[in-house]
Design a protein around this ligand. Structure first.
Ligand code: ADP
Ligand code: MG
Length: 376
């Protein structure tokens, strides 16, 4: 019978709001790393070196040889919504870079200590700045927060330090062991290294000189061989897929398509796939899915691709699939989720089906060849 008294509604402190928001974007060390990697690639880096301590929970350092950051931009670097990649709302519809909302560095600075050393081609020295809770802070008490000159190569080194999530106990306790977090980090680096085979990557633990991953600038197939092994590489098929029939469909004069909207003729897309044949089957399912160069997840696409293999692989085993889809940016909704993992796009179902059909056809072809050979 006794109803509880309603509790008063109060506004959360900004620091709490900021940490909650940051946790939406930065789930774990590997998601911080993904954002930092994409920044390096956006900056045109051809070499990216990653150093990790305790699964990224104590230290995560990413060094690139990209364009660097101007000293005058350093004070606002870790503010929320500061970006060099977007200036008007309409820019969102034709983004070609990974980043777009200027939230990654801000978020990281709310859950860890962030330091940046950066040098542009025209700078005579590098500059170091340190960030906490969105703002630039001094390295020592009583010093000024201004960027300090230091030695450094062209490019940017971002260091995330002091226990990622030290101030968010719930998030910290959701993390697994440092070896599991490190495995996730390596997985992200491995996938980006395949997708950006022309860029050289290195990933290592702090204090250990032998890297766990090291790729030269190479081709996609060479990168797959190096990172996923000879057995995958020798059983690899590939396909280039696009759908002329989808865009050639005649536009009906009666169609009442509003001014400025996308017709099917404009809906141009392309996909490249590298995938294993029936000879390869692994307990572990490997899917590298990139949409407009961003590593994403899609349960729909995963299901459709795996369905191509149900008839040809032993039960409980899986293929290796790398699929890169390029879509007209205006048809992709990148703004759908803060983590930007689940991407949605127009004609998702039809495009997925088209890609699965092409893969299935290649698999059938290669299967026939094996079959003929075996029965001769
Ligand atoms: P976004 O990538 O969405 O713009 P971030 O918070 O990730 O937001 O980065 C903010 C800005 O900092 C970027 O727009 C870019 O100008 C600059 N920046 C970040 N990392 C790098 C880097 N490694 N090299 C050059 N510039 C960088
Ligand atoms: Mg970014």
């Amino acid at each position: 019978e006794s109803q509880p008294e309603p509790k008063p509604i109060i506004r959360l402190q900004d620091s709490v709001i900021n940490r909650i928001a940051a946790g939406e974007i930065i789930h774990r060390p590997a998601s911080a790393l993904k954002e930092l990697l994409e920044n390096c690639l956006d900056a045109g880096a051809t070499s990216i070196r990653i150093t990790v301590k305790d699964g990224g929970m104590k230290l995560l350092q990413i060094q690139d040889n990209g364009c660097g950051i101007k000293k005058s931009d350093l004070p606002i670097l870790a503010h929320r919504f500061t970006t060099s990649k977007l200036s008007k709302f309409s820019d969102l519809s034709h983004l070609t870079t990974y980043g777009f909302r200027g939230e990654a560095l801000a978020s990281i600075s709310h859950v860890a200590n962030l330091s940046v050393v950066t040098k542009t081609k025209t700078d005579s020295c590098a500059w170091r700045a340190i960030y906490v809770d969105g703002g630039m802070v001094p390295a020592q008490k009583d010093a000024s927060a201004d960027p300090k000159p230091c030695a450094g190569n062209d490019g940017t080194t971002v260091t995330v330090r002091r226990e990622l999530f030290y101030n968010v106990p719930a998030r910290l306790s959701a993390l697994r062991s440092s070896s599991e977090e490190y495995a996730r980090i390596l997985d992200v680096v491995t996938k980006y290294a395949v997708h950006n085979a022309g860029v050289s990557f290195l990933c290592k633990k702090v204090g250990i000189s032998t890297p766990d991953l090291s790729t030269p600038s190479s081709t996609t197939k060479q990168a797959i061989r190096l990172l996923y092994g000879q057995e995958v590489a020798k059983n690899l098929l590939s396909a280039e897929i696009s759908a002329p029939q989808m865009r050639k469909r005649k536009r009906n004069a009666d169609d009442n398509i509003p001014e400025g909207s996308k017709s099917d003729e404009d809906n141009i897309w392309m996909a490249q796939a590298h995938f294993t044949n029936a000879n390869h089957h692994s307990k572990k399912s490997v899917l590298l899915l990139f949409i407009n160069n961003r590593l994403v997840e899609s349960s729909r696409i995963k299901k459709a691709l795996e369905a191509c293999y149900t008839a040809i692989l032993p039960k409980g085993t899986s293929p290796f699939i790398y699929l890169s889809i390029q879509l007209d940016p205006t048809t992709v909704d990148v703004n759908v989720h803060p983590t930007k993992r689940e991407v949605h796009f127009l004609k998702e179902e039809a495009i997925t089906e088209c890609i699965a059909d092409a893969i299935q056809a290649k698999l059938a072809q290669s299967g026939e060849r094996t079959f003929e050979y075996q029965t001769l």
